[in-house]
Design a protein around this ligand. Structure first.
Ligand SMILES: CC(C)(COP(=O)(O)OP(=O)(O)OC[C@H]1O[C@@H](n2cnc3c(N)ncnc32)[C@H](O)[C@@H]1OP(=O)(O)O)[C@@H](O)C(=O)NCCC(=O)NCCS
Length: 184
């Protein structure tokens, strides 16, 4: 089995023309179309690094910063930023190009965690990641930090969740646009 692979080995780009059937009622591209393309490029990149079948486990930071128009050419660039034992963090950067003017806009960046599976469907070890330049090291360190912060957030959120059922925390609702009916 291959024990390590470079970031470049699995870097993947998908380019897709935004056709009218991808549009929502407002004439812009559906967020779901973009998510599906991001999942596709994440799969292609991660399965190439792993040399195995992979599944999507979690998606971080999907912010739709700018709308995508029908007729624009979308490029989705994917790279492995970090590998655990069976998991891989794939960074995805999306650009939309107006083919008439050649102008390009960065529409979003996101991070997909994918896990490699063996023939029995169990998580399986992936090759180590060879980091060959400063950018690759920075992205890897950012992924480690994001993972740590996410774990801390999850622990804290679980602790806070128990407290939310208490009556006095309902005071938080006072500044929200909600109407509390008396169902008791
Ligand atoms: C995620 C999944 C593989 C975990 O399986 P498991 O038997 O519990 O295995 P483990 O706990 O050893 O986790 C495997 C890896 O997933 C990672 N993982 C699990 N849950 C995670 C989460 N919420 N976020 C990020 N990584 C996660 C673990 O950290 C571990 O990484 P590592 O091997 O690099 O240390 C399993 O729950 C699964 O197959 N989920 C469904 C995935 C799927 O079908 N996706 C498509 C949805 S349509």
């Amino acid at each position: 089995m291959t024990t390590s692979r470079t970031v470049e080995y699995s870097q993947t780009t998908i380019t897709e023309l935004m056709i009218p059937s991808y549009a929502n009622f407002g004439g812009k591209i559906h967020g779901g179309i973009l998510l599906s393309l991001m999942d596709k490029v994440a799969y292609a990149c991660a399965s190439k690094h792993a040399g195995a079948y992979v599944v999507t486990v979690s998606v971080d930071e999907v912010n739709f910063m700018q709308p995508i128009e029908v007729g624009e050419l979308l490029s989705l660039h994917a790279s492995i930023n970090y590998v655990g034992k069976s998991s891989m963090v794939v960074g995805i950067k999306v650009f939309a190009e107006n083919v008439m003017t050649g102008s390009k806009k960065h529409t979003n960046t996101s991070y997909f965690t994918m896990v490699a599976k063996d023939a029995e469907g169990k998580p399986t070890q992936v090759p180590a990641l060879v980091l060959g330049n400063e950018d690759q090291v920075r992205r890897c360190l950012e992924a480690i930090n994001r993972k740590r912060l996410k774990q801390d957030f999850q622990k804290e959120f679980e602790m806070e969740r128990g407290k939310l059922s208490q009556k006095d925390s309902r005071i938080w609702l006072e500044n929200e646009r909600v109407i509390l009916v008396d169902w008791a």
